[in-house]
Design a protein around this ligand. Structure first.
Ligand code: PRP
Ligand code: ADE
Length: 193
């Protein structure tokens, strides 16, 4: 019997391994949506480790001050990446969860609409921010998080995702700042096209 050891495989194979740890769930949470379920990846210690390593390695040396993680699945990866980069962590949460004064934004995502909040004193002016989430679909969620960070004077240096649904073209919404800053958009696993 052959066993699979991703430690012995080069990068591209590691990504194939990560993709194999995603579960497709048709028609969740609505008919017509193919949901990419990350829970098998989370439950696999090797896959989880590789994911955090790859997300963090890309931004070593990029002077990231703060990782912004988006509730809820973005918290899992964002917190771990922040510790690797010696950066702080800022939560962006769904409406009504943050206890202090907030700024908020209504946004649309692949299967609905919601409101995101960030504490008003989360980001010092000029801080370099990395926005982390599990999935980039339409880009509505990530662009809302970026807008909240920019309103406080943060510089969105980059976005990082575990999975990108290429066919929804979400990256086209993750445009640059008014000052001409063009954030990098980095995803490990690409789906469709
Ligand atoms: O690119 P978009 O079309 O905006 O979709 C991506 C967002 O959708 C999912 O979050 P969801 O709101 O389902 O929340 P959850 O992480 O709490 O499950 C996912 O975790 C991203 O945050
Ligand atoms: N198809 C999808 N699968 C998982 N998370 C998502 N968030 C938005 N669209 C999604």
């Amino acid at each position: 019997m052959t066993s699979f050891d991703p430690d012995k495989l080069p990068g591209a194979h590691a990504l194939v391994y990560l993709e194999s740890r995603l579960r497709d769930v048709p028609d969740f949470p609505k008919p017509g949506i193919l949901f990419k379920d990350i829970t098998p990846l989370l439950a696999d210690p090797r896959a989880l480790h590789i994911t955090i390593d790859l997300l963090a390695e890309r931004f070593v040396g990029e002077r990231i001050d703060l990782v912004v993680g988006i509730e809820s699945r973005g918290f899992i990866f964002g917190g771990a990446v922040a510790t690797r980069l010696n950066a702080g962590f800022v939560p962006v949460r769904k409406l009504g969860k943050l206890p202090w004064k907030t700024d908020r934004l209504t946004y649309a995502l692949e299967y609905g609409e919601a409101e995101l909040e960030m504490h008003v004193d989360s980001i010092p002016r000029g801080a370099r921010v990395l926005i982390v989430d599990d999935v980039l679909a339409t880009g509505g969620t990530a662009s809302a998080a970026a807008e909240l960070a920019r309103r406080q004077g943060g510089v969105v240096a980059a976005f990082a995702f575990v999975v990108e649904l290429d066919f929804l073209a979400g990256r086209s919404r993750l445009d640059g700042d008014d000052d001409g800053t063009r954030p990098a958009v980095y995803s490990l696993v690409h789906v469709g096209g």
